[in-house]
Design a protein around this ligand. Sequence first.
Ligand SMILES: C[S@@+](CC[C@H](N)C(=O)[O-])C[C@H]1O[C@@H](n2cnc3c(N)ncnc32)[C@H](O)[C@@H]1O
Length: 241
Amino acid sequence: MIEDGGKRFWNRYYLERFWAMATRLKCFQDMNEQIFSHIVPDSKAIVLEQGCGVGRNIPLILDSMGIDELSGGKVHAVDFSHEALDLAKEKLSNPVNVVFHKGNMSQLSFADETFNAVFDIFAGTYMPIKGWKLGVIETFRVMKPGGRAYFLYFIHGRNFGSLFKKQVIDEFFHNPAGLYWAMHLKLVRGLNVWDKFIANGDVVYPEWEELLDIIKFSGGIVEVAEESFLGACIFVRAIKS
Ligand SMILES: C[S@@+](CC[C@H](N)C(=O)[O-])C[C@H]1O[C@@H](n2cnc3c(N)ncnc32)[C@H](O)[C@@H]1O
């Protein structure tokens, strides 16, 4: 998605509360549990969340890293959507150990080797390929040696939309309220929009190999690589050499 178009798109998405509602669904909760079960805790860590959106992952990052007001750790959260950042600040009521930044993931304003951990949860996957590759290189540039990157991405060719449609009944039994919201927001229909974006190359949805290759190129060593959501997504944890 070209940058300005992308920003406009996400601002509208957040105003419509689409993503916030979609992520109430069980399948998103399951994927978060998967990531957070692989976190290496470090209560003093300086952490970056790329494309933080409305901040739904921040309490989980703080909790699973063991960061609190006294531990010395901090989360820096970056997004290029001012709507997202405003909602995140409102929701989290500006905790002392979280700092929000308006910025572009493919051109970070942080110095080399600033962070102990970087999270990219469904963020880089929504960039066009060139911006995304620059973003992964930036992730490793700003990470200290020995730091860890956590990626959760949709994967090319394993269409989340069509797999999700098959999950609808299961979703209802686990989360009737979530499914109500999904229908209310016409989630299933909305998912088809992504097919167009992927076909145009507006969003990357990389192949497994593309993600693993760019991590290696950027100086990362893959520690965990697992399928998520019936193979529609990939979770990767990598350490900077
Ligand atoms: C699908 S949302 C994910 C939000 C959050 N990570 C979550 O899991 O709830 C993708 C986010 O990436 C942000 N984003 C996309 N491209 C970006 C870029 N080039 N720089 C900064 N943020 C970007 C969007 O504004 C949006 O908030």
